[in-house]
Design a protein around this ligand. Structure first.
Ligand code: PGA
Length: 258
């Protein structure tokens, strides 16, 4: 299986999101094999987008959540509220939130625990900055992010945690990481996850890549067995680009006979 996460960020309002959701559904039409597809609109567009995707195979994701079910948390939103509008996935630890909103590892950890306890699926973003990469600290940074976010986490039954490896310098820069480098890091993450969660299958802990994925480079990532899917920002709101990415996923699935 290959998974595509469309992260629309703070780019489209309600009307545009509805149109984009319709366009996204069309990218799946007529294909024999389709990837698992999760679209993550802004919070305000969730309930309208839900109406569009309700009877499709597309799942809804949120871009953030708080770690309590209700209370005096002005401006925040709870898992229950998200569930009311059909959300089953939540992006957590995105570097834009880590940087711009000073979200700490501790906050991300609380969110991961809370999302899992509410039977939702976290999409945990990790990745090194340019300086950390240049200082040769990539593995160390990733390891620390995983240890912090996943401590006390158990992946039981049908639960899943999606890990999105997104090098910060590759996000929105037009400069994706090379396939070779991504494979190397994914191998590192995979072996570390095996240590943290012995016996838990890789289907329950898929590792995705994100950072300047587009219609041209998607196939190169998706055809690799080590890369379980992609988290797509900019190209997910350009329907032609996104269509090419879905097509690339379809080709890979066909070639793999899955
Ligand atoms: P990008 O964003 O595809 O625009 O680089 C990816 C992300 O931030 O999730």
């Amino acid at each position: 299986m290959k998974t595509l996460i469309a992260n629309w960020k703070m780019n489209v309002g309600i009307r545009e999101s509805v149109a984009l959701a319709r366009g996204t559904l069309l990218t799946l039409r007529g294909r024999k094999l389709i990837p698992e597809l999760v679209i993550c609109p802004s919070t305000i567009a969730l309930s309208e987008v839900r109406k569009v995707v309700a009877r499709s195979s597309v799942s809804l994701g949120a871009q953030n959540v708080f770690w309590e079910s209700k209370g005096p948390y002005t401006g925040e939103i709870s898992t229950r509220m998200l569930q009311e509008v059909g959300v089953s996935y939540v992006i957590l630890g995105h570097s834009e939130r880590r940087q711009e909103l000073h979200e700490t590892d501790e906050m991300i950890h609380k969110k991961v625990l809370y999302v899992l306890s509410e039977q939702m699926t976290p999409i945990l973003c990790i990745g090194e900055s340019k300086q950390q990469r240049e200082a040769g600290q990539t593995q160390e940074v990733i390891r620390a992010q995983l240890i912090s976010a996943l401590s006390q986490v158990y992946v039981r039954g049908s639960e899943r945690v999606l890990i999105a490896y997104e090098p910060v310098w590759a996000i929105g820069s037009g400069e994706a990481s090379s396939v070779g480098e991504v494979i190397e890091i994914h191998q590192y993450i995979r072996s570390f996850l095996q240590e943290l969660f012995p016996g838990v299958s890789s289907q329950q802990l898929p590792i995705l890549y994100g950072g300047s994925v587009d219609g041209e480079n998607a196939y190169g990532f998706l055809r690799e067995e080590m890369i379980d899917g992609l988290l797509i920002g900019g190209a997910s709101i350009k329907i032609n680009q996104f269509n090419d990415i879905v097509e690339a996923a379809g080709e890979v699935l066909e070639a793999q006979g899955t």
